[in-house]
Structure formats: C-alpha cells, structure tokens
Design a protein around this ligand. Structure first.
Ligand SMILES: C[S@@+](CC[C@H](N)C(=O)[O-])C[C@H]1O[C@@H](n2cnc3c(N)ncnc32)[C@H](O)[C@@H]1O
Length: 243
C-alpha cells in the first residue's frame, strides 16, 4: 500500500500533511507531485514508506516480481529503491529507474551505491518517459500505478518503450472486487491521497493495463496481512503482461 500500516502514524501523518500533497494547489504541478509539497512528502513520507513497506512479506512479493525481469529493464516509481536488492544480475544487463520525488531519490542513494546490477537513475515521471520507442525488454511498476497522476498516460508510455515481446511486470494494490470494501475505498480515498502523497485506494489498475492494449488473464486479488487493518482496503494484484 502506498500509505502506511495502522500504527505507523496515520493521525500524525495527516496532521503533518496539513492538506498538502492532495493535488489541490493553485497552479499546474508537474506529474506525480504538487508544487506545494515539502517537509512531509519529501522527508517524512519517504522514511515512513520505507518503514511501512519494509515488512518481510512485502519484500518477498517484491522479490517474486523483479526476479522475473531480464535484459534492459525500466522501473517506474522507484521510490527509495526497495526492489533493487532483488534484481538478478545474471539476467539484467542494465536497470534504468525513474522517480520524480527528490526525497525518494535521496533515500535511494545508499541502495543505488550497493546495487547488484548496473543502474541509471533518471529523474522524471512515468507520463513522459525520456526514452526512445522499444528501448526496454522489461518494464516494472511496484505499488506505483496507485500514485501516478495519469495512469492511462503511464501505461501508454510503458507500451511505447517496451520492445515487441517485452514484459510489463507489476505488483499493485487496487479497487476491491468486494462492493462493500470498494465503497469504503472511495470514501477514504481523499484522506489516503493526503496521507499517501497522491496514493489512490480505488484504482482498477488491471483494467488500465488491459485498456492500454495488454492482454491479461483474470487476476486474483490477494489481501496482504502485512498491511494490518488496512489490508481489506488494499488488495494486491500481480502480473506479467507481454507487449
Ligand atoms: C508507494 S511508492 C512505491 C515505491 C516503490 N516502488 C516501492 O515499492 O517501495 C509510489 C512511488 O511512485 C512515485 N510516483 C508518483 N507519481 C509518479 C509518476 N507520475 N511517475 C513515476 N513515479 C511516480 C512516488 O514518488 C513513489 O516513489
């Protein structure tokens, strides 16, 4: 989940956010960030996210995801680099990572320095990737489609930069298939967007992937106990879609 585990500071985070980071700033903001983000989004949230998503069960899911990556790989929404230790240097020739948040990039620096694979970090956003068509064998998103400003634009970019036969690997939390839970996701979404710095609880990301032209089998939603009391509102899907 993009937010945090119960007990990790929902109330504190909400107070610190103070309404910032919800996309309500006056002028246009760059993709993925609002212009008025500061202490919370760039300092506190990256730290909280590392704590909240550092659970061994989440680590195992990240490992299962990125160990499928091969060739020239792009990860979008790299965050603090939590997937990095799990890329297989025997299969990945080069990893390029895109992350718009300076605070996340700062936190990723130590992991980048210890990377098992050759890696290039490119500041930017998934909606406008600075890469030529058909540049990558694998594109990865891990708990990121919930947070991007324009998921359709990101998916179009993913399809554009993937080589024919290339793979899109994803692990995402999504809108629940249970109608009652989905209603709660919609109700709590405005709060989640503040606390989770743009994270949405109610996105149907499998539909977004399909809409971009990828074919996917039906995907089972899994409730992840590591998310604690928020688990019913953050069911996970994982998949590999071929270009
Ligand atoms: C919940 S975090 C996940 C980080 C990391 N993938 C992980 O598994 O820990 C979502 C990430 O998406 C990034 N993000 C937000 N908007 C984005 C955009 N438009 N393009 C790319 N990344 C974006 C955020 O800055 C954040 O680092």
């Amino acid at each position: 989940m993009c937010g945090m585990q119960p007990g990790t500071g929902w109330a504190l985070a909400g107070m610190l956010a103070g309404g910032r980071g919800s996309g309500t700033g006056a002028g246009p903001a760059p993709y993925g960030r609002t212009a008025d983000m500061g202490l919370y989004s760039e300092r506190i949230f990256p730290w909280l996210l590392d704590k909240a998503l550092g659970h061994p069960r989440i680590e195992a899911r990240r490992k299962a995801l990125v160990s499928q990556a091969s060739g020239e790989v792009l990860e979008i929404g790299f965050g603090s680099g939590a997937t990095l230790p799990f890329y297989d240097p025997a299969k990945v020739t080069k990893l390029t990572v895109v992350e718009p948040s300076e605070g996340m990039n700062r936190r990723a620096a130590a992991r980048l320095a210890a990377s098992p694979v050759r890696v290039e970090s490119v500041p930017g956003a998934g909606e406008r990737l600075p890469f030529a068509d058909a540049s990558f064998d694998t594109v990865v998103t891990c708990l990121t489609l919930c947070s991007v400003s324009d998921p359709d634009a990101v998916m179009a970019e993913i399809r554009r930069v993937l080589r024919p036969g290339g793979k899109f690997l994803f692990l995402e939390h999504v809108r629940s298939e249970d109608a009652g839970r989905a209603r709660w996701q919609v109700r709590l979404n405005p709060l989640q967007k503040v606390i989770g710095v743009g994270c949405n609880l109610d996105r149907d990301s499998a539909a977004t992937v399909r809409k971009a032209g990828f074919s996917l089998p039906p995907l089972a939603q899994e409730v992840e106990p590591a998310f604690g009391a928020m688990a019913p509102l953050t069911p996970l899907i994982a998949g590999a879609a071929e270009r």
